[in-house]
Each structure stands twice: as structure tokens, then as C-alpha cells.
Design a protein around this ligand. Structure first.
Ligand code: ADP
Ligand code: ASP
Ligand code: MG
Length: 402
């Protein structure tokens, strides 16, 4: 069997953890399997590298940031290869350039396009455990790119698809996918299995246990995933197309502490204003999430929307520069907000879901700032300080203990 195993940052955070990963890989190898290992950078290395860059420049070049961030994963794969060799098993570490993992051009958020199998396959045929850097690729200019924060999961799934692996195991610091982040909601329950669709919704709305693109890719190529703990032998959660048991109406609650709100006040209430605002932001590569427009009064209206906090300053800058063209009186913004979503296919058929969510927040005395709904989720924007309490209140209203 060919098995792809991915270990996240906390699973390789120090020497002991690296030897723990090495041992798990060696055990698999000694069962007669071929083993490809994808690693993230050790512990908080990626954050530390970003902080280091900030000591040099307020606005470092995106190309150089990717060059810098990609070093973290090289440290962990080379150290882990050494640890496996110490255990008496041949191993080789490869970076994205050596594998030839091609991505789109864009730095910081590149998409994997094509993976060359040759080098990995020849190393496997030489009976080596192959360790591959997660989170990085190479674009058409032969420059290093990164896949977005948390992107090592996507590297693992892409490798599993390209190599037609028999299993793809994502090892992390929790023992599976829960109905909500177990660090925020201790009552959250571990799921034995979850569909690609439900997992994709949860990941997209903030459940960082899997990179959302890794889930989309797993669905596209039919790669069954197992999410499990690197520190225990608990069975974990299987992510697949169909469930063995009936699909639950509410799959979980997701929390996202990364948004910021921008409001444009006093816009002229005439056609074309929303187009101008969002076209301007789009042209700067800034994506917008929840949008609210007020009903026009006295010929003016307000538009509020959320962006990722890391794009807030860029968004404010371009909007300020175009204030009169957009006909806005002024701009307001707010950084310390959070997004809490209840997710599930049951939303489509149950008109009471929204009321139940708002009641749970009311009972917890939490004020709602913005609301967005679709057939599969209801999202509220609240003050970040209330995020954990809101998640607990909403989770316990929809997914009470059995
Ligand atoms: P890794 O470094 O292994 O990739 P991450 O920090 O990216 O780990 O993801 C694991 C974390 O995801 C957990 O520690 C947990 O706090 C968080 N998390 C958020 N939502 C969920 C969820 N629904 N189920 C499990 N973990 C979740
Ligand atoms: N090291 C990268 C990050 O911290 C990638 C990953 O962990 O998946 O985002
Ligand atoms: Mg992760």
C-alpha cells in the first residue's frame, strides 16, 4: 500500500515530537508499505518568520515573503528525515522545487496545478520514506509560492491524488473533526465520519482543522481522508462522499476570528454605486464576504461589508483614495469582530433554525451586528470578545449532549 501521512506544526514542534512522527512513519514502513510524509513548519515557525519580516519592512514583497515562509517546511522535513535515518530506515526529504510541484502565479495564495510523480516514485522504489515540504510550490517563473495558511493539508491531498495513494491520513493536535472547535466548546463531539460537503462548509466558515481547499480537492479526486491525532491511536474522523449512518441536519458550528468590517456611509442612492465599490476592491485582489446595504433614505444609503483582517489596510487605502468617486461621506471600520456560523443541510427545510440561533444568542446576551444566510448556513457577525460564548451558546442549542 502507498500511504500519505501529513503532520501539522504542533506535531513536529520539538525534538521529541519529530521522533514521534519518525517512529510512526517507520512503523508503517516496516509493515511493508510505501510512505510519503508531508510536514508543516515546526510549531509557530511560520508566524515567527512573518514577524521577522515585519522587523525589516512594513510592506514586504509577496515574493520574498513566500521565499521566507517556505524555509519553515524545509527545516522540518530535513530534521525528520534525519530522525528516520537515526531509527535505521532510509529516508529522503524533498522540497517543492525538487518534486516539481507547479502552482499558479499568485504569491501567498497559490493553487497547486500539477505534480510530477517521477522523483517521488523513484525514491519510493529505492525503498526510502519520502518527506515532502507542505504548503509550498513553484510557479511558472520558477519562483517559490505558498498555498495560503494551513495549506500543507492541500499538499497532502494533492500528493495522494497524484500518486493514487491507498490512504491519506492527516495527523494533528486533536483526535478528529468535532461539531465545533473543541478548544472553544468543550462539549463538542467528535464525529466518526463527515461528508466532503459538510466538511467543506465548516472549513470555509472557519474550522481550521482542514484547509478548505484540501477538502475541495479530496472531493474532486475521491481521496478519502482520515483526520486523527499524532499523539494517540484513536481512530479519528473519516471524510468521504457518503456516510454509513444518516446525515445529520446540523453538521456543526464554525468560528472565524479573522474578519474586519468596513462601512461606507452616505453613498448616493443611485444605480452603479455597489458595482463601483466592489469592482474597485476586486481590482486590488481583495475579496469581500458578507455585504449589507441599508434601505435608501433622503437619497443616501450605507453599505457595510467584511474583509479578511489582513486585507483591511489595503481596502481602506483604496477606498479613501476614491471616496468622492464612490460618493461616500465617510468610511468607518471595525477590526475586533468574529463570525459564528451554524452549518448543515437541515437549514434548507427548517424555517426555525434562524430563530433558534438568534434566541440562543439573546439568552447569552450577545448582540448581533450583521447576519447572512444561505441554504446551508446561518452566519452572524458579533464582537470578537463574545465569539467563544456565542459558539458555546449556539452549539449547545443545536447539538445538545445526548
Ligand atoms: P495542524 O497544525 O495540525 O494543521 P491546525 O491548528 O491547523 O493543526 O488545526 C487543528 C486545530 O483546529 C485544533 O487544534 C482545533 O483547535 C481547531 N479546530 C477548529 N475547528 C475544529 C473542529 N470542528 N474540529 C476539530 N478541530 C477544530
Ligand atoms: N506552516 C504553514 C502555516 O502555518 C502551513 C501549514 O501549517 O499547513 O500556515
Ligand atoms: Mg492546519
Amino acid at each position: 500500500m502507498l500511504i500519505v501521512k501529513k503532520f501539522g506544526g504542533s506535531s513536529v514542534a520539538n525534538k521529541e515530537r519529530i521522533f514521534n512522527v519518525a517512529r510512526r512513519c517507520v512503523e508503517e514502513y516496516q509493515k511493508g508499505n510505501q510512505v510519503v510524509v508531508v510536514l508543516s513548519a515546526m510549531g509557530d515557525t511560520t508566524d515567527d518568520l512573518l514577524e521577522l519580516a515585519a522587523t525589516i519592512s512594513d510592506k514586504p514583497s509577496k515574493r520574498e515573503l513566500d521565499m521566507l515562509m517556505s524555509t519553515g517546511e524545509q527545516v522540518s522535513v530535513s530534521l525528520c528525515a534525519m530522525a528516520i535515518q537515526e531509527l535505521g530506515v532510509p529516508a529522503v526529504s524533498l522540497n517543492a522545487f525538487q518534486v516539481r510541484m507547479r502552482t499558479s502565479r499568485v504569491y501567498g495564495n497559490a493553487r497547486l496545478k500539477k505534480i510530477d510523480r517521477n522523483r517521488i516514485q523513484s525514491e519510493l522504489e529505492n525503498n526510502k520514506i519520502v518527506l515532502v515540504t507542505g504548503f509550498q510550490g513553484v510557479n511558472r517563473y520558477d519562483d517559490v509560492t505558498t498555498l495560503g495558511r494551513g495549506g500543507s493539508d492541500t499538499t497532502a491531498v494533492a500528493l495522494a491524488a497524484a500518486l493514487h495513494a491507498d490512504a491519506c491520513e492527516i495527523y494533528t493536535d486533536v483526535d478528529g473533526v468535532y461539531t465545533c472547535d473543541p478548544r472553544i466548546v468543550p462539549e463538542a463531539r467528535k464525529l466518526d465520519e463527515i461528508t466532503y460537503d459538510d466538511m467543506l462548509d465548516l472549513a470555509t466558515l472557519g474550522a481550521q482543522v482542514l484547509h478548505n481547499r484540501s477538502v475541495g480537492m479530496a472531493k474532486k479526486y475521491g481521496v478519502e481522508l482520515v483526520v486523527r491525532s499524532s499523539l494517540s491511536d484513536a481512530p479519528g474522523t473519516i471524510v468521504r462522499e457518503e456516510l454509513k449512518v444518516e446525515r445529520k441536519l446540523i453538521s456543526g458550528v464554525a468560528v472565524d476570528k479573522s474578519p474586519a468590517r468596513i462601512s461606507l456611509i452616505g453613498l448616493h442612492d443611485i444605480p452603479g454605486i455597489a458595482f463601483k465599490v466592489f469592482n474597485l476592491l476586486g481590482s486590488q485582489g481583495i475579496s469581500v464576504d458578507i455585504i449589507l446595504q441599508s434601505v435608501g433614505r433622503d437619497g443616501t444609503k450605507d453599505i457595510s461589508f467584511t474583509v479578511d483582517r489582513k486585507n483591511l489596510q489595503d481596502a481602506l487605502k483604496v477606498l479613501e483614495a476614491n471616496l468622492s468617486k464612490l460618493t461616500a461621506e465617510r468610511i468607518e471600520h471595525e477590526e475586533n469582530i468574529a463570525k459564528v456560523s451554524v452549518v448543515g443541510a437541515g437549514m434548507m427545510t427548517d424555517p426555525g433554525v434562524a430563530a433558534k440561533m438568534f434566541e440562543a444568542l439573546f439568552n447569552a446576551d450577545i448582540n448581533i451586528k450583521m447576519i447572512a444566510t444561505s441554504e446551508i448556513r446561518i452566519t452572524v457577525i458579533i464582537d470578537e470578545i463574545n465569539a467563544d460564548a456565542a459558539a458555546r451558546a449556539v452549539h449547545n442549542a443545536f447539538l445538545p449532549e445526548d
